[in-house]
Design a protein. Sequence first.
Length: 498
Amino acid sequence: MAKKIKFFDTTLRDGEQTPGVNLNLQEKVEIASALERLGVDYIEAGFAIASNGDFDGVQAVARMIKNTGVVSLARALEKDIDRAYEAIKDAVHPRIHTFLATSDIHMKYKLKMTEEEVLENAKLAVRYAKKYTSDVQFSPEDATRTRREFLYRVLEGVIAEGATCVNIPDTVGYTNPVEFTDIIKGIIENVKGIDKVDIAVHCHNDLGLAVANSAAAAYVGATQLECTINGIGERAGNASLEELAMLFNTRRDYYDFTHGIDTTKISRTSKLVSSLTGVFIQPNKPIVGANAFAHESGIHQHGVLSERTTYEIMAPEHIGLSANKMVLGKHSGKHAFVERIKELNITVADTEIDDAFVKFKALADRKKEVLDEDIIAIIDNKFNIENKKFELVSFQISCGNKMINTATLQIKKDEEVVIGAATGDGPIDASYKAINELCGYDMQLKEYTIRAVTGGEDALGEVIVRISYNDRIYVGRGISTDIIESSILAYLSAVNRI
């Protein structure tokens, strides 16, 4: 019979400890609602005694959540436990999570306590918390660096006092999967009463092993996994909820587990957390990164188009995406190029495909990603990257907040250099009006986007414009360390497509 794995989400507690992250009450409630819809078993809503704001956030989540356990963290101190319960007492399923460090290094340098003092304080904390709620979790902080015999004594002591869940934290991300499975097995074999409680693990990602360690622990007996959305958290972060959920779903042949996560809500929840915390998701992040279901290699594209499972072990629909992404670039093959033409509903004679593909590859050598508009231009023979009708020779800008903004441009038109000037609301507006006059086209700017391609003072600025001419949209791209120059190049690029 499959074992049930509980997901304990600590995005609102450990996740908020990510440097630079500070969620307000409304944002915490919004994330908590998303976590409940996602199907987590517990939401650790915060550390109630840390601040009035943290208390208010925990309390608001506790009052709003209806189907999921709500947890507040508390040190092994009566004042912490009092404050934690005050925050969660209105929850449908309240849990107090108390902790105390047990490793030699923490006891000596942080707590300045003996083993016997730590053991007694751990037991007292659980006993005190039990007067408030039947559901109490205890964590021996830095458990993976704690001497085994002492760890067993502490766990046995808190279980005897009524702890319903004991959590084994890899607080500094120090352990590895082989070592961690040995720790969990040792606990199962040596701690009296362990079969009556949940064994949780809380793994940090300092060595990039948080997910691997969590999965290994579950495989040998852990029943609750502590994690965060997108893996955010202290230092290098925590085990990623979406990675663990999809690991168990994808490898059911190996992990005979059930869980309550609705994976189709992963993508939406991930984006919400990223947006509210301001923590960027790296493109190659498993499951939720922009490239997780993207293919550029021609070999991979051909395989996926023929049979998805050749290069995808999961379907994008499983996490709530509508489809995978075929990125057309210099590594793409003819198969993907032809498929994109079909998707764009463009009819092309077989005899013209080879020529169009040659032009596409030439363009791809100059662009990171070839857009649909580029392909349309290639097929329509309206754009030839080898021949430009208009080229920038030079520009001069005069601008300021209390003067008339003027742009003077020199443009090579076929083989002739022409000079023109115009005024506008700003340097870019003036430049575009000058280009319109010099090129002789009545064009309208529909969209203007700028972004930094690189970092530092000499960052490259990429500008993408969409202009309208004769009821058609033309896209142009320009790149330079000077944003005005990149803006002019982008506009001329679109004009050349006309």
